[in-house]
Design a protein around this ligand. Structure first.
Ligand code: SAM
Ligand code: SF4
Length: 321
C-alpha cells in the first residue's frame, strides 16, 4: 500500500528476538535487560501478522533480531512465511556465527538471501567490537552460503579510529567472491549515539582515489535504500547505506515489527502501534487495520541529523536495525 507521502510500502522487517550471542558495543550494551519470552510473539503470531500484511501489499520480509539464529527453530518461521502465496521474498540479517550450522535448514525452508554483519576482518578487533571471538566461523559461513548458491551481502559499520581504515580489506570480499559489501553509516540510535559516524560520501571519495574506475551500478540489488557501485575486476558490488549523509527517506519502502509486536513506522521515532493484544484476542481484521495505521503513520523523513528530534530511545538490538 501507499503511505501518505506517496511511497509504496512493500517490505517488512521483523525482529524475532531481543537476545543475541554477541555484544556489539553500539547495538547491545552489556547491562541491557531482556523481555520475558511470553512478551515475545510466537512464530504462529508472527505468521498471522505476515498473512495480514500481504493483504496490504507487503511482499518482502526480513527476519532480524537480536540475533535471529539464537531463537529456536527459526527456520520453521521462514517456512511458514514462504508458504504464504503472495510472499515474494524472505531474507535474514545475521551476525553469521550460527549461520553455517543452520545453512541447510535455512535453504530447505526457502530463505532467499542473507545479510551478514561483519565490521572487521581482524580477529582481535572483531573481539573488541563484538565482545566475542568467532570471526573464522563468520567467514566460513559466508563462503559456505555462497557455495550453496545463497545470495549474500556483507554489512559493515565503520567507526573512526576503530575499523575505518579497513574498508579496502573488506572490499576484498567482493573482489574474490560474488557478494555485495555494504557500508552502513552509524545511526544515533540507543548506544549508537555515543559513537561517531564515518561519512559514506567521504568513504566513496577515498575509494575513487584507489579505484578511479569505480562506477555507479544501477541494477537493483535488494529492497533497501543502498546505493551501489561496481569496481572493474570485482565479482560483487559495493553498497552505501547513508542514513546520515545521504537521506534516503523519499525511497523508504518499509515498516518494522519488534519481537514484542510493536509496529514501527520509522527507525528514528519511538511511536509504535502494538499488534500483540489484538493478535492474542484473535481478530485478524483488527491486525490488518493496525498495520495500515502504522503505514499511514510513517513520517516524511527521519531526523538523525537533528538529534533532539529523535524520540527512539531503544537500542538497535531491541528494534532489529
Ligand atoms: N544480529 C543481526 C546482525 O547483526 O546482523 C541482526 C540484528 S542487528 C541489530 C542488524 C544490523 O544493525 C547490523 O548490521 C548492525 O551492525 C546494525 N546496527 C546496530 N546498531 C547500529 C547503529 N547504531 N547504527 C547503524 N547500524 C547499526
Ligand atoms: Fe547482536 Fe547484531 Fe546487535 Fe551485534 S549488531 S549485538 S550481532 S544484534
Amino acid at each position: 500500500m501507499k503511505d501518505l507521502h506517496g511511497r509504496t510500502i512493500d517490505y517488512m522487517r521483523i525482529s524475532i528476538t531481543d537476545r543475541c550471542n554477541l555484544r556489539c558495543k553500539y547495538c547491545m550494551p552489556q547491562d541491557i535487560s531482556q523481555v520475558p519470552m511470553n512478551e515475545i510473539l510466537t512464530y504462529e503470531e508472527i505468521a498471522d501478522v505476515c498473512r495480514e500484511a500481504v493483504k496490504l501489499g507487503i511482499r518482502k520480509f526480513k527476519i532480524t533480531g537480536g540475533e535471529p539464529l539464537v531463537r529456536k527453530e527459526c527456520t520453521s518461521l521462514i517456512r511458514k512465511i514462504k508458504e504464504i502465496p503472495e510472499v515474494e521474498q524472505v531474507t535474514m540479517t545475521t551476525n553469521g556465527i550460527l549461520l553455517e550450522a543452520h545453512l541447510e535448514a535455512l535453504l530447505l525452508a526457502g530463505l532467499d538471501a542473507v545479510n551478514v554483519s561483519l565490521d572487521t576482518l581482524d580477529e582481535k578487533r572483531y573481539e573488541e567490537i563484538t565482545g566475542f571471538t568467532g570471526l573464522r566461523s563468520v567467514l566460513s559461513a559466508i563462503n559456505a552460503a555462497l557455495d550453496r548458491g545463497l545470495r549474500v551481502k556483507v554489512n559493515a559499520v565503520l567507526q573512526p579510529g576503530v575499523n575505518d581504515e579497513e574498508w579496502n580489506r573488506l572490499l576484498g570480499l567482493a573482489k574474490k567472491r560474488n557478494l555485495d559489501v555494504r557500508f552502513i553509516e552509524m545511526m544515533p540510535i540507543g548506544a549508537g549515539k555515543q559513537y561517531r559516524t564515518v561519512s559514506n560520501e567521504k568513504l566513496l571519495q577515498k575509494m575513487k582515489m584507489v579505484y578511479p574506475d569505480i562506477q555507479k551500478d544501477e541494477r537493483i540489488h535488494g529492497n533497501g535504500p543502498a546505493v551501489y557501485y561496481r569496481i572493474p575486476g570485482f565479482q560483487g558490488s559495493i553498497g552505501f547505506i547513508s542514513a546520515i549523509h545521504g537521506v534516503f527517506c523519499d525511497r523508504c519502502n518499509r515498516i518494522r515489527m519488534t519481537a514484542t509486536g510493536e509496529l514501527k513506522p520509522c527507525l528514528c521515532y519511538g511511536d509504535t502501534v502494538s499488534v500483540k493484544k489484538v493478535l492474542r484476542e484473535g481478530n485478524s481484521d483488527d491486525v490488518r487495520a493496525l498495520i495500515e495505521q502504522a503505514v499511514l503513520g510513517k513520517p516524511k523523513m527521519h531526523c538523525f541529523a537533528q538529534r533532539p528530534g529523535i524520540t527512539e530511545y531503544k537500542n538497535m538490538v531491541q528494534i532489529g536495525g
